[in-house]
Write a protein that binds this ligand. Sequence first.
Ligand code: ADP
Length: 402
Amino acid sequence: MTNKENPMKDLDADIFFQIVHTFWEMKSWRESANQIVKMIRPYFIFDNLVIYLLDPMNLTLEAAFAKATGRGKSAEADVAWGEMIATRVVESGQIVLQEPEEANPLNRLKQPYTLALPLATPSKVYGALVFIRFGSPPYSAEQIKFAHMIARLLSRQIQYEYLKRDRDHLEFQYRVFQVQEDFISTVSHELRTPLGFIKGYTTTLLRTDANWDEKTQREFLSIIDSETDRLQDLIANLLDSAKLQAGQIVMNFQQVRLESLVNDLLTRLALHHPGLVIHTDIEQPLKPIQADPRRLVQVFENLLTNAEKYAPASTVYITIKSVKNGVKVDIRDEGPGIPEKYQERIFDRFFRVPDQQTNIHGSGLGLFICRQIIQAHHGEITLTSKVGEGTTFHIFLPERID
Ligand code: ADP
């Protein structure tokens, strides 16, 4: 019924359809509430609409959404927004309707008609939806039913969002837990193995009931020496990765000529890694770039020693060329490759390809550190790899950092 005094449209199938459609389309209960306020005004006159939600931590009610329209807007500051009535609704789980005790046609603001509905599903109460209207007419039975339907749809959407948030939170906690587990098992294994060697060979050398000739003594000492290096590397990697992740490593950017940086590194590697065969193809002249030379050497050394570890029979190919706005470095081996399903996680902290290298030592920190360093240079590191054919790491370094 529409008349002059009460210019409201009838609640028809059209508005029901629009409401359901809005809840279906909107991504969050807040967006839905925003839309609904606009849509229902011609059918259902109210001045204020407030959504109270229970804070799950301390179980207090908080106004999570409030809209004041018409007369409510001018009284926004001194209006009681309906917290008391919302509390009653939450406690009883029932709809509460509150009408003014006596008519006061001179001051509508003193005559709130309040309709409060529970926001709840059969298993949980989330809060209350409160409509406040200043002045008559009272809410009709049809309007109360309509408001009830809105409250139910809203409750479902809130429930869905809460469940999704809980699930995301659980997933996050699970991932944190897994990283900690991996950390403990990797680090304890990686620490225990060299420590076992060091302890074993030292105890053997110290035995008073045995005499070791000089050659054997040197052999044992050199094992102790290299196992100590391994421990040192692991501890340095652990510290680096923690600091890089926390953004605590300051890069020392300067003008760098990659060509001489790589050549110096190769000369050093030839001394300590005589088995590593490296073929280089470096474009001449190569444009200089802004970089932290010590950190870049760390990245290249890591990739090259990885190739030695995981692709021991392969030559390693380094290609460097100038590209638009920077330099591109490819480091390729013809080793066993990395299965596609693991490639996405290869730069994750502590990730190692399972079953690939039961006897190859490592902590899964190297590639994580490489990515952090390249990212600190505003560059990019990616890989392409095919099982049985080999792996290429592609690095892009920009010419300038700023
Ligand atoms: P680590 O070598 O200490 O295990 P990294 O982070 O350097 O850790 O490497 C992560 C994993 O990536 C390695 O455990 C290995 O499984 C795989 N990987 C790295 N480089 C290669 C490569 N060139 N060929 C095959 N697999 C590789």
